[in-house]
Design a protein around this ligand. Structure first.
Ligand code: B12
Length: 450
């Protein structure tokens, strides 16, 4: 069949699953990346979304083209699926963070790779496909201005699936902070680029329900751009949550506006309570983070704080220091992650040069396994310390004391903490024994990745 003859070509978009989720799958968010790719696909294409955590993988013969997205921990599965579809004779395109930073690796499994944002290249790619002249790489230019113009994402492709909400939007992209463990600045530009407030508010008005999640890196990163959105939401009775840097709370008026606009929860990266990483550009400001946590907490907004273990200035004392910080300042919901040097970051480059990567099995680059040699601990000490902190921070006395110190939304807060308690309690040392941290593979060996 000649691709040219297709009147209504069929595109299958896949969000790969790395493991079975059970009932938790209904508490996930849908892939905005793929809804956005669908929105960039001309109307004559028939688009089907498969979220592998909910849907079976269909047979390739029903489709003309398959598009797969992948963060690093999904890459191994994404490649398996891509190989399977190509064996069935269907062309495969890939995009998302991992193919963006490892395009050559992805090309061993895909016919074409989109590097960066699809908005500027998707139409050409699909046109080339239909014309039988698909190229290997479609590289989006890194945006230089401070405006973001993107179409509204296509929610109707989520029909028949169940999520905690499908009302997710993105207000901004890009980041000026360029942290060593993150790729966003490099691939999405070093400025906060915001959509026009009027466009965002119009999209919010089109939603049938009042609860919205902004899937931004740092929704309040540029207060001047965020204000008109917040002011607009104040009038609409929206309830919303997002991710941001804690610095916004240095401005008491902005904090008041955030609360008044209907914010019920924020996810912030504290990253580290000690050493150089406690002074990251994105977190460092005039006011100590501990005060900012208290200010946000006192407005009744639920504050989820992420703390990372494994930086080069972390020795074994970091675990106690972190627990004390959490006890003392009581963010509503603390989460703890293992440092993960994602490919494409400065951290990855550094650890690779120093021979400290234990392996390149991408499926295990997931924040819950030690994939590198820490500087001041053994991998095992890092893993055990992380596990102990997770358990200690979620004992009943710790939870109740946190909930007590958070004046607003006590019931919701308790419920969130309870939901986190189970997975934290169930972590076992036995899990660590199954990990390769007990049997490190030489850095040169790449079991499943490259
Ligand atoms: C929202 C978000 C989440 C949501 C995801 C909701 C969902 N179901 O998708 C939540 C909070 C659940 C989440 C979780 C995690 N996340 Co997250 N997340 C983000 C964030 C902030 C935005 C992603 C997004 O939706 N953007 C909006 C879309 C439209 O943009 P996009 O994804 O870049 O897609 C565009 C292009 O990449 C391209 N594209 C993407 N896919 C495809 C596919 C095809 C075929 C084509 C042609 C093009 C294409 O086109 C799109 C339009 O331009 C990014 C940071 C960032 N700026 O990217 C981190 C980010 C993607 N997350 C990251 C990580 C690590 C995680 C976790 C592993 C963290 C953890 N502690 O567990 C988990 C994994 C969860 C899981 N489901 O497996 C990392 C990934 C790094 C990496 N190399 O893998 C990022 C980059 C954060 C960072 N700064 O490092 N995350």
């Amino acid at each position: 069949m000649s691709a040219k003859s297709l009147k209504s070509p069929r595109l299958l978009l896949i969000y790969p699953a790395t493991h079975k989720l059970g009932w938790v799958k209904y508490f996930q968010l849908p892939s905005l990346s793929l809804q956005q790719v669908a929105a960039l696909t001309p109307a004559n294409w028939e688009v089907t979304l498969v979220d592998e955590s909910q849907d079976p993988i269909p047979c390739g013969s029903q489709f003309d083209l398959v598009g797969i997205t992948a963060m690093t921990h999904q890459a191994t599965r994404a490649y398996e699926l891509a190989d399977q579809f190509r064996r069935e004779g269907v062309k495969v395109i890939m995009g998302g963070m991992h193919p963006t930073v490892m395009p050559e690796e992805a090309l061993a499994h895909a016919d074409a790779v989109v590097i960066g944002e699809a908005e500027t290249v998707m139409a050409t790619l699909l046109d080339d496909f239909l014309g039988g002249r698909l190229e290997k790489i479609y590289r989006a230019p890194i945006a230089q201005d401070d405006r973001l113009e993107i179409p509204w994402s296509r929610r109707e492709i989520l029909a028949g699936k169940r999520y905690i909400t499908t009302q997710t939007v993105q207000a901004s992209r890009g980041c000026p902070y360029d942290c060593a463990f993150c790729t966003v600045t490099q691939y999405f530009g070093n400025r906060f680029r915001y959509r026009a407030a009027a466009d965002i508010l119009a999209e919010l008005r089109s939603f049938p329900k009042k609860f919205v999640i902004f899937l931004d890196d740092n929704f309040l990163g540029d207060p001047a751009k965020a204000r008109p959105i917040l002011e607009g939401m104040t009038e609409m009775g929206i309830r919303w949550g997002s991710q941001t840097s804690l610095r916004f709370a240095e401005d008491p008026d902005l904090l008041k506006l955030v609360a008044k606009s209907g914010c019920i929860g924020l996810f912030v990266g504290i990253e580290s309570v000690a050493g150089s990483f406690s002074r990251l550009a994105k977190t460092a400001g005039e006011t100590p983070q501990s005060d900012l946590i208290k200010r946000v907490r006192d407005t009744g907004i639920i504050l989820e704080t992420s703390l990372i273990f494994g930086f080069d200035d972390h020795d074994r004392s970091i675990f106690d220091k972190t627990l004390r910080f959490v006890e003392q300042f009581s963010p509503s919901v603390p989460t703890f992650n293992l440092l993960t040097p994602y490919p494409g970051t400065k951290l990855f480059q550094q650890y690779q040069q120093e021979g400290r990567l234990l392996h390149r099995d991408w499926s295990r680059y997931n924040h819950s396994e030690v994939v590198f040699r820490p500087k001041l601990m053994t991998p095992e000490q890092l893993y055990r310390g992380w596990m102990e902190v997770r358990k200690e921070a979620y004992t009943w006395p710790a939870i109740l004391s946190r909930v007590w110190k958070n004046p607003g939304r006590r019931f919701t807060n308790l419920a969130y903490n309870f939901m986190r308690k189970g997975p934290n309690d169930s972590l076992q040392v036995a899990d660590a024994e199954q990990l390769s941290i007990y049997r490190p593979v030489p850095a040169t060996e790449h079991p499943r990745g490259a």
